[in-house]
Design a binder for this molecule. Structure first.
Ligand code: PFF
Length: 452
């Protein structure tokens, strides 16, 4: 059965939606905490290099394949495959992408749930409900599950409404709020004592760490995670772009927004850590290492907000609203991956698909919540450090080797007639053919070799 496909109403609609997908907890939590624990400026430098040189070309591959196929990743990779083998490889890649996107959402919804509970906590405190405020900020099974469910309900509600009414409308509402909140918080934190030490730690690279393999692997995973690559999210968003738009231009803007917000978030979190230290909060352990990166945001920042008196309550509220918004515009793009597949390939109604898949994801998330110590980091690492870059590798092979170069060119020419004369067209095809897949592979070979 042919299902009417959604399409973004405008260029801005796509930019906001794709930036909304890209800008998430990965930017505001993941990037700054990884930078803080991996040599500050050194991580920033490697990250910028990998994001522009590897992640951006891979993003372009997804957008071009998606818009050409006007379908989900499974169908799209089948369409551009040239023989039986690549047809099956395409199907498997599409399915692994769907599973990876869904698994990412399983852990993402738990973390996003904490953001919701942390933004309610200052309100409870203001209302004099100290016990409730404590419950909201203490790590607990029931709190984790309850807020994960609330977050999943919001995600399902938006995705049920479709591309324009759901994804586009909510991204357009939430993204400007996110930007304003982020800017206000940065300006405020930079005025506090100790902030400049954080700025220095962030911007002055410890060059001796630049070749550190662990740092490179973290930066690569972070760059792929941050641009939502590999799992078919950008491919499906690409499939909703109209033929008259210039894909290169759109991809470039989304990459700049994503990297820009990550870099800005670093200017908030690292200075905030040093302000916290200045206020007596412990941020380094006895060995001089930054305290556990996963808990940074939930220990250091609330401790900082506590030292600020009443203004701390407002800042804390604003910060966790920011995090919740960032999480929501990303989680909708993850859910869209399995939903689009079920709607397009199995003719299921969108609302039902969103509800059914949302329920399964919430159930898996609950299992992770029950076995947090064993399953949480395992799911995070398996999906973001392995699956995403490897899927990115396969997508580069499809775009660079299997799909005919003239057809790729014809697709990019739609909306960008003069592309053949551009620098992009001189660099990108060999890049996607050789440099991207080989670099991803090189990192993995080293990984296997050193058994990190
Ligand atoms: N890019 C999002 C972030 O930085 O938080 C995470 C993400 C979204 C990953 C969508 C994968 C995805 F499909």
């Amino acid at each position: 059965m042919a299902v009417a496909r959604g399409e973004f109403s405008s260029k801005l609609g796509f930019i906001l939606a794709a930036s909304g997908s890209a800008v998430g907890l990965g930017n505001i939590w993941g990037f700054p905490t990884q930078a803080a624990s991996n040599g500050g400026g050194a991580f920033l430098l490697v990250y910028l290099l990998l994001a522009f040189c590897l992640a951006f070309p891979a993003l372009m591959a997804e957008l071009v394949i998606g818009r050409h196929a006007k379908s989900n990743a499974v169908n799209a990779l089948r369409l551009i495959s040239t023989n039986r083998l690549s047809y099956h490889a395409g199907s498997i890649t599409g399915y692994v992408g769907i599973i990876t996107a869904s698994l990412i959402l399983c852990f993402y919804a738990l973390v996003a749930g904490w953001m919701l509970s942390y933004f309610l906590a200052p309100l409870a405190e203001l209302a004099g409900l100290q016990d409730i405020s404590d419950w909201l900020t203490e790590f607990g099974l029931y709190r984790n599950i309850l807020f994960m469910l609330i977050f999943m309900t919001l995600t399902v509600a938006i995705i049920s409404r479709g591309v324009q009414e759901g994804i586009e409308k909510w991204s357009a509402r939430l993204m400007p709020v996110l930007l304003v909140l982020l800017l206000l918080l940065i300006v405020y934190v930079l005025t506090l004592d100790g902030a400049m030490d954080g700025v220095k730690a962030y911007l002055i690279p410890d060059l001796s760490r630049i070749t550190d393999l662990q740092l490179i692997i973290s930066a690569l995973g972070q760059a792929f995670f941050s641009l939502s690559l590999g799992v078919g999210t950008m491919l499906i968003y690409g499939s909703y772009i109209s033929q008259k738009e210039n894909l290169f231009h759109l991809g470039r803007i989304v990459t700049f927004v994503d990297i820009g917000i990550a870099v800005m978030a670093g200017l908030l979190i690292l200075p905030a850590m040093y302000v916290a230290q200045n206020n007596g909060v412990v941020i380094f352990d006895a060995a001089g290492k930054l305290i556990s990166e996963d808990t940074l945001i939930f220990t250091v920042l609330p401790a900082l907000f506590d030292t600020m008196g009443d203004i701390g309550i407002i800042i804390s509220f604003a910060f966790f609203v920011l995090m919740s918004i960032a999480a929501l515009t990303s989680s909708i793009s993850m859910l869209e991956v399995p939903v689009a597949y079920v709607v397009e390939n199995h003719a299921v109604d969108r609302t039902r698909a969103a509800q059914g898949i949302g329920l399964v994801i919430a159930l898996i998330s609950t299992v992770i919540a029950f076995n947090f110590a064993d399953l949480f980091s395992l799911t995070v690492h398996a999906t973001t450090r392995f699956s995403q870059p490897l899927l990115g590798f396969v997508l580069c092979i499809f775009a660079g080797w299997l799909w005919h170069r003239n057809k790729v060119l014809a697709e990019i020419k739609e909306g960008y007639a003069e592309v053949e004369q551009s620098l992009f067209w001189k660099i990108w095809p060999p890049y996607i053919r050789y440099i991207c897949p080989l670099s991803i592979l090189a990192v993995f070979v080293q990984l296997a070799f050193y058994n990190l």
